[in-house]
Design a protein around this ligand. Structure first.
Ligand SMILES: Cc1ncc(C[n+]2csc(CCOP(=O)(O)OP(=O)(O)O)c2C)c(N)n1
Ligand SMILES: [Mg+2]
Length: 576
C-alpha cells in the first residue's frame, strides 16, 4: 500500500530503504550526507555499520549481499569518498553483486572545483558510471523530492535484475537536508521484476540429445547455479551423465570440490586425457558467464538467467536464457527419455573419470604427507588442518592467492565460500564482516587471506571489534607477494630477474608487519603461529573463541614460501 511520507530528503530516503526491507547500511560518513545521518538519529533501523575506509564499506556490503542474497546498501561521501570505493566496486561489478551506493552530491552551477565534488563538466553519477552495472546504472537527483523514492526503488530493482550489479545513486545534499518534503512510497519500494522461466521443452530435449550423443561432455557450473539454489540439481546432472565437472573462475563453490566427478580448473588438462583416454568434445556452461580464454571443445552449449556474456567470445551451438533449477530438473528427466541406452553407456565410456578426480585429491594428500613434519607450516599442511578443524557449516571468505583449497569440503552439503571475483585486493576483511552480519550469531565465518592481501583492508579490525562480528581470521603469512613472483617468472623466464632471483618490490619483510599487533591495536585479539606444533592448538582456540565465546580472533600463521624464487630474499637496498 502506498503511503505519504513527509520530512527531510534524508528521511524520505531512509523510509524508502526501510519499506524495501533494507536492514543494514554500510558507511563511512561525511558532511554531504548530513540529511541521511540526521534521519538515522531518529530511527533504530536500518542498522548502521561503519568502516574506516570506503574499500571496506563496499566489501562489507558485497559480503553481506553474497551470503544473504539481499541488496548490500552503502552510504558514501560525495565524489571523493565514492572514488575510494572503486577497487571493491570493481570486484562487485565482475561478480555481478547487487549493491546500491547512495551518496550526497554537492553539485553547483556556480563553482568549479568545489572540494570533493566532481570535476567541471562531469556529474557525480557520470563519474561513477564505468564502475556500475553495465556502465548504465548511475542516477542523479537534483531538485525533485519525489524522485528520492522513485529513484531509490528503481536503483534497488536495477541492482537485482539480471544482469545484476552495483548501482549508484547521487542525491543533492541540499535536498537531503531540506525539511517539509513530501513523497509517496510503501511496500511498493520492494517490488522486483520476476526473472526468466525454465527452458522450453523443445530446448531441453535438444540439449539432452546433444549431451547424450557426446563422447565426453565437460560440465562447468557457474555462480548463477549458487544464486538460484540449483547445486543439488547440478550434482544430479553430473552423476546421471557420469561427466567430468571443471571449475571456471567462480565466486561461489557451485559444485562440491570433494565430489568424485570434480576434475579441477578449466581448461581440461593433458593429464585428464591421458588418464581417462577421453577427448572432451562438448562443453556445457551452466549459469556460467563463459570461460576465460579460448574454448578447446568443438561444441559449446550455454544456459542461464544472465544473457550478458552469452556468445560474446565464441559461437554457441545452443544458447538458452532460462532459470536453472527447473531447467536442470527437466534435463534430468529428458536425458534417459531421449537417450534410452544412455546411462549404462555413459558409465562404461567414462568409467575412468572418477579415477582421475580421485588422483587430484590423492596428489594433494601426498603433498600434505610430504610436508607433515616440516617445522615451518607448508600451505598444504595448513589446508589439511583447516579441513579437519573448521566446523562444516563454516562460511569462508578467501583472499589468499597461494592458499590451497582442494581438501576443503566446499560446496553443497559443506562449506559456503566466496572470493573477490575481480581480484582487486582489499576485499577480505570487509567481505568477511558483511558475511558474518548476514550469517548471524550461530554460523561460523572464517577469513583466509594472504599477508599481502590483508594490508589492503587492514583498518577493518576496528569494525570487527566495534560490532563484535566474530570472524576467525587466518593469515597465510609468507612475508611476500608470492603469486606475483610466480607470474613474473612464468611470463619472462629468461631474465636476470628470474636467473638471479632479483624480484623488485615483492618482499614484505624488513620490517615484517606484526599482524597480531595490528589487530590487537584495533580491539581484536589473536596469536602467532611460527612452528607446526603451535598450529593445531591455535586453530582450535580460534574456532572456540569465535564460536563458543562469540569474539573475533586472528591467527597469523607463518607459512613456507613455496614455488618460484621462494629462496630469494633479495630486495631493493636503498633507504633514506
Ligand atoms: C588492488 C590490487 N593491487 C595489486 C594487485 C596485484 N597483486 C596480485 S596478488 C598480489 C600479492 C598477494 O600477496 P598475498 O596476499 O600475500 O598472497 P601470496 O601470493 O603471498 O600467497 C598482488 C600485489 C592486485 N591484485 N590488486
Ligand atoms: Mg603473501
Amino acid at each position: 500500500m502506498r503511503k505519504t511520507i513527509t520530512g527531510t530528503g534524508g528521511m524520505l530516503l531512509i523510509q524508502t530503504l526501510k519499506d524495501a526491507g533494507v536492514e543494514y547500511l554500510f558507511t563511512n560518513p561525511g558532511s554531504a550526507e548530513t540529511g541521511i545521518f540526521a534521519a538515522l538519529a531518529e530511527t533504530e533501523d536500518p542498522r548502521l555499520v561503519v568502516a574506516k575506509h570506503e574499500g571496506l564499506v563496499a566489501a562489507m556490503a558485497d559480503g553481506y549481499h553474497r551470503l544473504s542474497g539481499k541488496v548490500g546498501v552503502a552510504i558514501a561521501h560525495v565524489m571523493g569518498g565514492s572514488y575510494q570505493l572503486a577497487g571493491q566496486l570493481f570486484n562487485a561489478q565482475i561478480a555481478g553483486s547487487s549493491l546500491l551506493v547512495v551518496a550526497g552530491d554537492w553539485m553547483s552551477e556556480l563553482q568549479d572545483y568545489r572540494g570533493l565534488a566532481p570535476f567541471p563538466g562531469l556529474s557525480q553519477a557520470e563519474s561513477m558510471r564505468p564502475l556500475m552495472k553495465e556502465a548504465r546504472c548511475a542516477y542523479q537527483i537534483g531538485a525533485d523530492p519525489a524522485a528520492i523514492t522513485v529513484a531509490t526503488t528503481r536503483a534497488l530493482r536495477e541492482a537485482t535484475t539480471y544482469p545484476t550489479g552495483p548501482v549508484y545513486l547521487s542525491i543533492s545534499a541540499a535536498l537531503l537536508n531540506q525539511e517539509g518534503l513530501e513523497a509517496q512510497i510503501g511496500e511498493e519500494a520492494a517490488y522486483r521484476i520476476e526473472g526468466v522461466a525454465p527452458a522450453r521443452a523443445e530446448s531441453v530435449d535438444t540439449i539432452a540429445r546433444r549431451l547424450g550423443a557426446a563422447t565426453c561432455p565437460v560440465l562447468i557450473f557457474g555462480d548463477d547455479v549458487s544464486r538460484q539454489g540449483a547445486q543439488a540439481e547440478a550434482i544430479a546432472l553430473a552423476e546421471l551423465l557420469e561427466a567430468p565437472v571443471f571449475a571456471g573462475r567462480q565466486i561461489f563453490p557451485n559444485f562440491p570440490l570433494r565430489h568424485s566427478l570434480f576434475c579441477g580448473g578449466y581448461p581440461v588438462s593433458a593429464e585428464f586425457k591421458k588418464v581417462t583416454g577421453l577427448t572432451p568434445d562438448l562443453i556445457f556452461l551452466v549459469g556460467c558467464q563463459g570461460v576465460h580464454g579460448p574454448v578447446a571443445e568443438p561444441r559449446v552449449m550455454q544456459i542461464g538467467p544472465n544473457p550478458l556474456l552469452m556468445g560474446r567470445h565464441y559461437p554457441l551451438d545452443v544458447a538458452v536464457q532460462c532459470e536453472l533449477r527447473g531447467t536442470l530438473k527437466a534435463l534430468a528427466e529428458a536425458l534417459p527419455r531421449v537417450n534410452p541406452a544412455g546411462a549404462a553407456a555413459w558409465k562404461r565410456q567414462r568409467e575412468k573419470v572418477r579415477a582421475y578426480a580421485a588422483s587430484l585429491i590423492s596428489k594433494e594428500e601426498d603433498l600434505v604427507r610430504e610436508h607433515e613434519h616440516d617445522a615451518t607450516v607448508h600451505p598444504a599442511v595448513l589446508e589439511a588442518h583447516l579441513a579437519d578443524i573448521l566446523p562444516r557449516d563454516t562460511a569462508m571468505v578467501q583472499e589468499s592467492s597461494t592458499a590451497r583449497a582442494a581438501l576443503l569440503p566446499l560446496g553443497h552439503g559443506g562449506m559456503w565460500w566466496t572470493r573477490s571475483g575481480g581480484g582487486s585486493l582489499g576485499f577480505g576483511v570487509g567481505a568477511a564482516i558483511g558475511a558474518k552480519i548476514a550469517a548471524g550469531r550461530e554460523r561460523p565465518v572464517m577469513l583466509h587471506l594472504g599477508d599481502g592481501a590483508l594490508t589492503y583492508s587492514a583498518a577493518g579490525f576496528w569494525t570487527m571489534a566495534r560490532y563484535n562480528t566474530a570472524v576467525l581470521t587466518v593469515v597465510s603469512n609468507n612475508d611476500t607477494y608470492q603469486i606475483v613472483r610466480h607470474n613474473w617468472a612464468r611470463q619472462m623466464p629468461d631474465t636476470k630477474m628470474v636467473r638471479e632471483g632479483k624480484y623488485p618490490g615483492l618482499q614484505l619483510s624488513g620490517p615484517s608487519t606484526d599482524y597480531v599487533a595490528l589487530a590487537r591495536a584495533q580491539g581484536v585479539d589473536g596469536e602467532h603461529v611460527t612452528t607446526l606444533k603451535e598450529l593445531e592448538p591455535a586453530l582450535r582456540r580460534g574456532v572456540e573463541k569465535t564460536t563458543k565465546e562469540n569474539r573475533p580472533y586472528l591467527v597469523d600463521v607463518k607459512v613456507q614460501q613455496e614455488g618460484v624464487g621462494a629462496d630469494s630474499g633479495w630486495t631493493e637496498a636503498w633507504q633514506m
